[in-house]
Design a protein around this ligand. Sequence first.
Ligand code: MEV
Length: 424
Amino acid sequence: MPKIVSGFSKLTKDEKINWLAKNYFTDIDSGISTLKQYGNQNTKLQQLHDEFIENTISNFYIPYAVAPNFIINNKPYTIPMAIEESSVVAAASLVAKFWSTRGGFKTKVLSTKKVGQVHFMYKGDFKNLEKYFNKEKENLIKATDSITTNMRKRGGGLLDIELLDKTTKLDNYYQLHVTFETADSMGANFINSCLEAIAEEFKSDEIEIVMSILSNYVPECLVRAEVSCEVKYFFDENPEFYAQKFIQAIEIANVEPYRAVTHNKGIMNGIDAVVLATGNDFRAVAAGAHAYAAKSGSYKSLTNAKIENGIFSFWIEIPLSVGTVGGLTKLHPLAKLSLEILQYPSAKELMEIIAVAGLAQNFAALKALTTSGIQKGHMKMHLMNVLNQLEANLHEKEIIIKNLEGKIVTHNAVAEELHKLRTS
Ligand code: MEV
């Protein structure tokens, strides 16, 4: 059993690795060599990574790819994606091409308001609290002046502070509900700093501050992305039938949470990949998106589709709090490059691009699921992972990929092919 270690963060990187190896690795040399292989010893880049978080001992790489041919509001985009799942980028590229000949994607940012809350306890009369709040409100806003100066210059700032009575949900619980515009930044640090300054100004002998923190639920930081075409262009064979089936798949997700979670997970495959590639906080985005999917009280699809007057349309509405300045966006060299590939979008434009990536993934998934099934395309893309698991060499890979062309790929089928090849 490894012992509790104290002062670990003060150890050098090598000391940390040696401690880890001694306590946890069965094959010490191989463990250390894996860590070293993924680290870039003594480079500026490594130093940057080391300083992102505490106790960095290596880097955890995932593939970084691009999906070209997206037309969004008549402008072409190549979308960078960071993701490990085999079929996501291939699906994005296929869908981008498909819709590029059918008018492309149309998007619109519906709102950009963000929220933070000062949660507090108060045992006195609400009327007195209200009076105190109304008297103090201006001072509360003033208390954030030094923090909001730059943000105001960029067109953002604090929008409003409201006092909310939450005592029907929890005894003595009240809240200052604060709204913000954060221009091109995600604004987490900005919001949290404002909230702490407000709380400091607001607290009194009777008001016990519990915590001050932004909310990752941002239903008023909302974007819509849509595609549409005449039903006859939806599919080569029997387009009306397959378009209806596509719509039924969404209807099922709307009434069946088990399905809705998987449906939305597929959407997040696209969303998270772009959020990550642009150095944004994918956990915040995912938490906010799933909460939005459950806003009616039951968990539903984030996408919708309909056929009206012979036109098939398919759209997503999703809250996305992302930035193109601040955080890691300009600090992580690949995030910076992603923004260059996207032609330096504003935060609003990035919201639109990310929503498109999510819609595209859902389109690919539903089209496959309601026609050939998901495994055909999925396993085709997964084939290389299976070959690597079975430790096939380059020559064996080439032959097996060729032999399995047009056939259903399963783990067994690949293993059999490899066995045949090795014993022939
Ligand atoms: C897999 O990562 C995503 C899908 O399961 C999404 C879906 O079922 O809609 C294919």
